[in-house]
Design a protein around this ligand. Structure first.
Ligand code: PMV
Length: 290
């Protein structure tokens, strides 16, 4: 029997654009996904999942030379299809368990590489940000194919994560954005430039602890995501309720099309009170980053 852990994550800035080459900023969350791997007659998971999870599981295990069958026990509070990184946390946890099964001591970079094999099955053309965030703690500046740069936050960020209870299918949303890029290249490149400039500023604000501006930049980033067509009426509602109830800024986190929005608050107390103001039809998580 061997075990492995992966973390939930949140993307603060740059989802979707990161697939096309901009930077993005994200952080791991303390919520974990734990996997226990034990030999079995057939490849089987402890929770009901689609074929795609089994396919990703087989690929990750095969990449470690583990061609036998296993029972994979999964324990987590991370909702799937919500933009909180279920698939990445699962791929990371499984890669760690597979490495442990072979007494391999791999650092987070190697684990993230193995987890990327799973992410490709889940998402088709992943940027690699999710598996990177799920494999290590802290906030990072990420760019596809480059070593992530850790970001030292001046102050912790208190955020409220709101799950619309609708699933967003990352693969389809990423494909939709790629189609938009093809159909309107000038419009898309202009948005990419604006997003990159926003991220450069956001990193500085995070390091200086300029919460007000970070909130404004989240609002601006949400506007760009709306232009990409990945927002939904529910996400718009959450973002607008959050802003009306004192959030410093709010936006989609992850692929959108359902899934989650995040709202930044001034402090812990404000996060608690905002969480209470959100309609009970949504699922709310409070988190602290940094
Ligand atoms: O799968 P999600 O919802 O956590 O989103 C992943 C982030 C994207 O930028 C949309 C895709 C990617 O691979 O970077």
């Amino acid at each position: 029997m061997s075990k492995g852990t992966g973390f939930a994550k949140t993307i603060l800035f740059g989802e979707h654009f990161v697939v096309h080459g901009t930077h993005a900023i994200g952080a791991s969350l303390s919520t974990e996904l734990n996997v226990t791997l034990s030999p079995a007659e057939e490849l089987r998971l402890s929770i009901p999942t689609g074929k795609i999870v089994l396919e990703a599981t087989r690929k990750i295990l095969d990449s470690f030379g583990l061609h036998d069958n296993y029972y994979v026990e999964i324990e987590t509070q991370i909702p799937s299809g919500a933009g909180m990184g279920w698939s990445a946390a699962y791929s990371v946890a499984l890669a760690r368990a597979a490495a442990n099964a072979q007494n391999l001591f791999l650092d987070w970079r190697r684990i993230a590489e193995y987890a990327y094999i799973g992410e490709k099955v889940f998402h088709g053309n992943p940027s690699g940000i999710d598996n990177t965030l799920s494999s290590r703690r802290g906030a990072i500046l990420f760019r596809k194919g480059e070593d992530p740069i850790p970001i030292e936050l001046k102050n912790p960020l208190n955020i409220v994560i709101v799950h619309t209870r609708k699933m967003g299918i990352t693969k389809e949303l990423v494909e939709g954005v790629a189609k938009l890029r093809k159909a309107r290249p000038d419009f898309f490149l202009d948005l990419m430039k604006k997003e990159e400039a926003l991220i450069v500023e956001a990193k500085k604000c995070l390091e200086k602890g300029n919460l007000l501006r970070i909130g404004e930049l989240m609002d601006i980033n949400q506007g760009y995501l709306v232009q990409l067509g990945v927002s939904t009426p529910e996400l718009e509602e959450v973002v607008s309720v959050a802003r009306k109830n004192g959030a410093l800024g709010a936006k989609i986190t992850g692929a959108g099309g359902g899934g989650c929005a995040i709202a930044l608050t001034k402090g812990k107390k404000e996060a608690k009170s905002l969480a209470e103001d959100i309609d009970k039809k949504y699922l709310v998580f409070e988190a602290q980053i940094g």
